[in-house]
Design a protein. Structure first.
Length: 617
């Protein structure tokens, strides 16, 4: 790589209305073919206003949205590369700053360093690199501050978060840095500081490719190169200071004391239903084309020379992840456990909820007897306890996973850790609370209500209901993974979970279920749990009191099970199916998450790369 200090930023604006926010393939082709030479030793900034600026960066990083079809190839130092090889030498800073908000700045960077820097570095070297980055990006004063930012949690500022995003990606000293709107959401002062940070990186010889929306004049003045696109064609490319002279030569003069960036947007923006405006844009593009035809020919000729591949020695090892799966598990478990410990309010709410619900149901059904009324009361109590446990943990898991999933999705695309390992670490780290809190509720209810004095019955029912609660956690995670947002997840819980409740054998007798709905009970962990709990309780009840006031009397627990259409022989089948369900839903969630993560690396997109996109380092 050319190590000279150079800070060249190019502004590419595709200013036209588009109902789908897409851009024509000719735009991309023109940009890639005509200006690849400048990517070799420069930093540039592109701004496709409402027309796919993020899509371009995603395509260049093999991160293609399913809305697009991408074909073609990318060359790095003259050699064809795939996503793994490109990721090894590039970093991608996305528009949203996503972090686990309970971690401090230093803890976050330590976590990233331990997973991204690989086995070639010792732990001491990784820690030293973290301190070096903290000093370099001037975030030392907030290194022990929690990141915060979600649910009004106080934390570091927006500018510090931007610099933390940079810090996370440059730990491995990448040669190419992609930034998607690095100044988005920042005030003018923070935006200027952020651009200055990019300038400092470029001066160290890095290629910094970024998009920025509507720059302020102070920010715009930091750039020395400018590229403007209009309707898929190049309207201008060259020195920033020469752009005004070019437009003046074709009768477009910028008013005094007017931000040039706003001026370019004004003259290149497509106004709706204005044919004259389209003709003006065409004339501007043709004027520039005539002035630069010879230059474009020279660039195209140099481009063709890259058909003879060459490759400098690369640090790419062929591994998808720099750290082992065990190392990933250890640090993900550490992060998840730390996150749980630092959410004391959530823990207190769970404790209070468990105790209050336990006491309420326990005193409502206080000391039930084994008589005719007790049959319905005990069955109803155990079903309500089962339903409450499932719903609480189903909603809790669904709401909790969404924000973490955004972080996990980004990190897995950056090849920091595996989605599968994330789910495994998450399950193990949350297992204590997913056992303790259901056990607390069930224990209070069981002994206050006097369900059964046999300690074996207590522990069996306790184990069954804990398994049901953890199955609900897995099912909630599954719904969160397959839906785009929390609202969609919550909306899906009703149509998917309530049929399982209805056909669980309590609200409707199993023998009365319509034949076309019978299959639902066989995929319902609520059914298997309910049947197993009923079998556990009533097989140990040898005698039930009969009241002389009733005409029909159920004399023992076996008759209760017969009335419910539950078969005593199904107990071990129910337990086995419940174990399968406990494992099935989180496993399916992990597989779907992994598949979603991998699917965006396909080469299918509506945008077509008709030639190679070469980087010369």
């Amino acid at each position: 790589m050319n190590k000279r200090s150079l800070f060249s930023i190019y502004l590419v604006c595709l200013l036209r209305f588009s109902t789908k926010g897409t851009f024509e393939s000719e735009t991309l082709v023109t940009f890639l073919r005509s200006y690849f030479k400048m990517l070799r030793n420069s930093t540039f900034r592109i701004n496709f206003i409402g027309a796919g600026k993020t899509t371009l960066l995603n395509a260049l990083n093999f991160r293609n949205s399913t809305r697009y079809l991408v074909s073609g190839k990318i060359k790095l130092n003259g050699k064809l590369v795939n996503g793994d090889e490109l990721s090894n030498r590039c970093a991608y800073i996305q528009q949203d700053d996503l972090f686990i908000t309970t971690l401090t700045v230093k803890e976050h960077l330590t976590f990233m360093a331990m997973l991204k820097m690989g086995a070639n570095f010792s732990k001491e070297q990784k820690v030293e690199r973290v301190h070096e980055i903290i000093r370099e990006l001037k975030i030392k004063k907030c290194k022990d501050t929690k990141i915060g930012g979600i649910n009004n949690k106080k934390g570091i500022s927006g500018g510090e978060k931007r610099r933390l995003s940079f810090a996370s990606e440059i730990l491995t000293d990448p040669q190419i840095l992609f930034c998607d709107e690095p100044t988005s959401g920042l005030d003018s002062n923070m935006a200027l500081m952020t651009v200055q940070t990019l300038a400092n990186m470029a001066k160290k010889g890095k290629i910094v490719v970024c998009t920025i929306h509507q720059p302020a004049s102070q920010v715009f003045d930091k750039f020395d190169k400018l590229c403007l696109l209009a309707e898929g064609k190049v309207a201008y490319f060259g020195e920033r200071e020469s752009a005004l002279d070019f437009f003046k030569s074709i009768s477009y003069e910028c008013p005094l004391k007017y931000n040039p960036a706003d001026f370019y947007i004004d003259i290149l923006a497509v106004k709706r239903n204005k044919i004259n405006n389209m003709n003006n844009l065409q004339a501007i593009c043709e004027s520039y084309e005539k002035k630069t035809l010879e230059t474009l020919k020279q660039i195209d000729e140099e481009y063709r020379k890259l058909d003879n591949p060459y490759m400098t020695k690369s640090s790419y090892t062929g591994k998808r992840y720099e750290s082992s799966y065990f190392t990933q598990f250890v640090w993900l478990f550490w992060r998840q456990l730390l996150n749980t410990i630092r959410e004391p309010l959530a823990t207190r709410i769970l404790i209070v909820q468990s105790i209050v619900i336990g006491l309420f149901l326990g005193f409502t059904y206080y000391q039930l007897g084994f008589d005719q009324a007790g049959i319905q009361n005990k069955n109803g109590l155990l079903f309500i306890t089962l339903m409450q446990s499932c719903l609480s943990y189903l909603f809790g898991a669904a709401s909790q996973i969404h924000y973490q999933w955004q972080v996990t999705y980004r990190d897995s695309k950056n090849r920091v850790y595996s989605v599968l390992i994330y789910f495994i670490a998450k399950i193990f780290s949350e297992l204590p609370q997913n056992i303790i809190f259901p056990a607390l509720t069930i224990t209070i209810i069981y002994w206050l209500a006097g369900v059964h004095p046999d300690i074996t019955v207590y522990f069996t029912i306790l184990l069954l209901l804990i398994m049901a609660s953890n199955t609900a956690v897995g099912f909630g995670t599954f719904l969160a993974v397959i839906t785009p947002n929390l609202d969609a997840t919550i909306g899906l819980i009703g149509p998917t979970f309530f049929p399982m409740l209805i056909f669980s054998g309590f609200l409707i007798n199993s023998k009365s279920i319509p034949v076309y709905f019978v299959w639902i009970k066989y995929i319902s962990w609520v059914y298997y749990t309910n049947e197993a709990v009923m079998i556990t309780l009533w097989t140990r009840v040898k005698e039930i009191e009969c009241n002389g006031m009733v005409n029909f009397c159920i004399k023992n627990g076996h008759e209760v099970l017969k009335q419910l259409a539950f078969d005593e022989k199904n107990f071990y089948l129910d337990v086995g199916m419940l174990i399968v369900m406990v494992l099935f839903w989180p496993t399916l969630s992990a597989v779907i998450g992994f598949a979603k993560n991998a699917s965006l690396e396909s080469n299918f997109c509506l945008i077509k790369f008709v030639r190679y996109f070469p980087f010369k380092l």
